[in-house]
Design a protein around this ligand. Structure first.
Ligand code: HAM
Length: 421
């Protein structure tokens, strides 16, 4: 028996009400804030992610689905949206549009991670980017999109974790201090942390290794090393959050797993979620477009995992609206009735009324059971007697009541009934 590949999920029809609801709300809230939808390819040139996300990150070093195609091109299934969206911004000359260019996307992302609850190898992100503007008010707008989505979906106890990761002027001085601080502890570090110390020292701060925790506690804080510009930017972000009454925690350990971040970084936590698995992460990436060969262009964005949101909603018992059910289920009894049923169903569907047919010449009882399982409002019973009289028996499934309706008026009746539901 084949099974879905490790770390992938089938999203079955019974899960679709969650998916439909969460993605519809994401579209609606993105529109509310003036973000436009963009779709980029699921694979890109491998070097885009190596340059964008950065060598030395877990994503690039360990997690990319990279391959050479039949033409010899080196390609990678996107392990995030941001680099691809920046590529599209440059390729389509979007810097000639009014800035900031505000874009969002929804779609599958691929990372070869160790699968566990809430961590998959193929998962969906809702991704938001605002490109071409330095104003810290934009940082707060982007953060508000994430906040608004979780609030709208019914989460409570929301708070931001924020930090600043500085910029190329002030960060090197901080990294020097961090590496110097870690040097005497080298013998206490596990292999992963030693690798981080050599390749990506900032990531030492979010090490999960128990031995590393007391060391991290005493580590220098980046906020003590920021240049004036970064200090002021961070102060204004906090000022705007205060003005909006949005709770936040300055988390000195928040460094994020992608290399492109500068200045503001943030994650969102809600009551009971986020502690083990972040639902949302983002920040500024003012050097990314330049690193990809474009002119200096600032930007900020975030992404949130749809599966993680849905898992958390289910854990909290947050209900979502069901998907539409059929208005009519036709139960024909005999060949002549089936011909009439087919004709009527075709007419109904053409009029936009949801209608199903009972297949396979089954008994009335079996067909009524099928109508019930399908959640139909009415069963339309078409037997020989009904046909001879030019009418159908209409059974209201929930109430168990029946009435006769002339065939000539059936389509209009069901169309009106669907419209008034
Ligand atoms: P990220 O923190 O790597 O950021 O991922 C964002 C979100 O994707 C996470 O908070 C989580 O909800 C979800 N996620 C990540 N990995 C997995 C996984 N293995 N299984 C399920 N869900 C997962 C980025 O991707 C950045 N590109 C965000 C960004 C946009 N920054 C600026 N613009």
């Amino acid at each position: 028996m084949y099974r879905a590949p490790r770390g992938t999920l089938d999203i079955l029809p019974e899960d679709q009400p969650y998916w439909r609801h969460v993605t519809e709300r994401a579209h609606a809230i993105a529109a509310l804030y003036g973000y436009e939808y963009i779709d980029t390819p699921i694979f890109e040139e491998t070097s885009l992610f190596v340059r964008g996300v950065g060598e030395g990150t877990d994503i690039v070093d360990k997690e990319m689905y990279s391959f050479q195609d039949k033409g010899g091109d080196h390609l990678t299934l996107r392990p995030e949206f941001t680099a691809g969206v920046m590529r599209a911004y440059l390729e389509h000359g979007m810097r000639t549009r009014p800035q900031p260019v505000k874009l969002y996307s929804l779609g599958p992302i691929f990372r070869h991670e160790k699968p566990q609850a809430g961590r998959y190898r193929q998962f969906w992100q809702f991704n938001v980017e605002a490109i071409g503007e330095m104003d810290p008010a934009l940082d707060v707008e982007v953060m508000s999109v994430a906040w608004h989505l979780y609030e709208d979906l019914g989460f409570s106890g929301l708070s931001f974790h924020i930090n600043s990761t500085g910029d190329p002027r002030c960060r090197p001085r901080y990294i020097e201090a961090l590496v110097a601080y870690y040097r005497p502890y080298l013998h206490l570090l596990d292999e992963d942390d030693r690798r981080r110390l050599a390749r990506n020292p900032l990531r030492l701060l979010d090490s999960k290794s128990p031995a590393a925790q007391p060391i991290i506690e005493g580590a220098p804080k980046i906020t003590d090393y920021l240049c004036d510009e970064c200090t002021q930017h961070f102060a204004r972000v906090r000022r705007y959050l205060d003005a909006l009454g949005r709770p936040y925690v300055v988390n000195h350990r928040l460094v994020r797993g992608l290399d492109y971040y500068t200045k503001t970084v943030f994650e969102v936590y809600a009551e009971g979620i986020g502690a083990q698995n972040a639902v949302c992460g983002g920040g500024r990436y003012d050097g990314l477009i330049e690193a990809l060969g474009g002119p200096p262009t600032p930007g900020i964005g975030f992404a949130t995992g749809i599966e993680r949101i849905i898992l958390a909603m289910k854990e909290r018992g947050i209900a979502v609206p069901g998907l539409p059910k059929p208005t009519a289920f036709f139960a024909p009894l005999g060949e002549e009735s089936k011909v009439v049923a087919l004709r009527l169903i075709t007419e109904l569907r053409a009029a936009g009324v949801r209608a199903l047919l009972g297949f396979g010449d089954r008994s009335l009882k079996a067909q009524l059971r099928a109508a019930d399982r399908a959640g139909a409002t009415y069963a339309v019973i078409l037997g020989e007697d009904e046909l001879a009289a030019g009418q159908a028996t209409l059974r209201h499934m929930a109430q168990g009541t029946q009435q006769n309706i002339p065939l000539a008026g059936l389509v209009a009746f069901l169309r009106d009934s669907e419209a008034t539901r």
